[in-house]
Design a protein around this ligand. Structure first.
Ligand code: ADP
Ligand code: MG
Length: 376
């Protein structure tokens, strides 16, 4: 791995980090004006940077070859492709928003597996944004940085992502989950410290390729929008859990009905999880995780065999609860486990994967970690 000085021939001015995230519960609720509950991971994107005043950016990644250069003036959506589209998008959105950022050399280093649904993309954008702002001593509210990161990913990279990942990367705090209400645009820090209760949160990457994920995501969004239109509400958040049966009876299509049932019950599960966490009853959150998985498997239909096998096996091996997390069709599961059972749960999943002929899974321990910051 090359150092900053080896790549750019100058000393860095500072180092910034932004973490990946995992969502505890609240899946496919964001574009329904719903509720989500992510934590920041200890795995993070680290950006080492030096300022330059020639309006040029040079970016390199420790896991990829070469240095990509672009000038601030010539940036427009699509002008820089592949991985460098993320730092280019960060520079572009800051220019669009009127910040004077000059130019910079940036070296990106990360221990967030990418493409696993742990949001390396949002972490890369957030880390680049805080580095570029930090180099110029410009202070911006973390939630505003998150919105800039989202706009960069939507408009520059061209990915129709919501705001959860960026908010998690910017606003999470150690030992807490971030309760983010998308309709109200409010956040709350919810105590979540599994280790303090003798528990662990295991993240298992099931290494399944994201089959048709983009098309399926668009289809799910469309079903939700159609249902909201049929019900005469701005978004499915407006459907009350206690009146769900009435709403379902008014929908003509059975598939759409099941999609709605997932969204409405999932929003309720987020509220229930938050209540339990506030009351310090962490173990009881487990069954909500499992209920969420069942809902995504049967009603929202976004799981794949690897995710279902991982969840079923984790539960059979003693997990208190388990669910797929992220957009679905691959990615990761999370399992809430007694600390003493962490190894046995992961070993059981490894064994089951071998028996099914799946790619071996990997795991990481998800300690609720702080959001983006300057490291030096
Ligand atoms: P996810 O956000 O779930 O990890 P995405 O497909 O949204 O997956 O984003 C992954 C992309 O982010 C990669 O394809 C790459 O372009 C970029 N990326 C992630 N980590 C790095 C890294 N360490 N160096 C360079 N680019 C990275
Ligand atoms: Mg991403």
């Amino acid at each position: 791995m090359s150092t900053f000085v080896e790549v750019f021939g100058t000393e860095p001015d500072g180092v910034w980090q932004a973490p990946g995230r995992v969502n505890l519960i609240g899946e496919h609720t964001d574009y329904n004006d719903g509720l989500v509950l992510p934590i920041a991971l200890p795995n993070r994107m680290v950006v080492t940077a030096s300022a330059r005043d020639d309006g040029t950016f040079a970016v390199a990644s420790t896991v990829l070859d070469g240095v990509v250069e672009f000038s601030l003036d010539s940036l427009q959506p699509g002008s820089v492709e592949d991985w460098a589209a993320y730092p280019a998008g960060a520079a572009w959105i800051l220019r669009e928003a009127g910040y004077e950022i000059g130019g910079a050399n940036l070296l990106v280093d990360s221990d967030i597996p990418f493409g696993a649904g742990l949001s390396s993309s949002a972490a890369l954008l957030c880390a680049t944004l805080v580095a570029l702002l930090g180099l110029r001593d410009i202070e911006v509210d973390p939630a505003e940085v998150a919105r800039l990161a989202q706009r960069a990913e939507n408009q520059y990279v061209g990915a129709p992502v919501g705001l959860m990942d960026q908010m998690a990367s910017m606003c999470c705090t150690e030992g807490h989950a971030l309760y983010f209400d998308i309709r109200a645009m409010t956040t709350d820090q919810i105590p979540f410290d599994p280790a303090a209760d003798g528990l662990g949160l295991l993240v298992i990457d099931v290494k399944a390729p994201h089959r048709h994920a983009d098309g399926e995501y668009a289809a799910r969004r469309q079903s939700c929008e159609e249902a909201a239109a049929q019900l005469g509400v701005p978004a499915l958040r407006a459907v009350e859990f206690d009146r769900l049966d009435d709403a379902l009876a008014r929908l003509s299509d059975d598939v759409v009905r099941r999609r709605v049932r997932h969204v409405v019950t999932e929003i309720r599960r987020v509220e229930d999880a938050v209540e339990l966490m506030r009351a310090g009853r962490l173990r009881e959150v487990g069954p909500l995780f499992t209920g969420s998985h069942v809902s995504m498997r049967d009603d929202f239909e976004i799981t794949v065999p690897e995710l279902d096998v991982a969840v079923d096996t984790a539960l059979a091996a003693g997990a208190l609860g388990a669910r797929m997390t992220g957009g679905g069709f691959g990615g990761c599961i999370i399992a809430l486990v007694e600390e003493t059972a962490e190894d046995q749960v992961f070993a059981a999943v490894e064994k089951a994967f071998a028996e099914h002929g799946f790619t071996p899974p990997t795991s990481l321990a998800a300690t609720p970690s702080p959001g983006a910051s300057r490291l030096s």
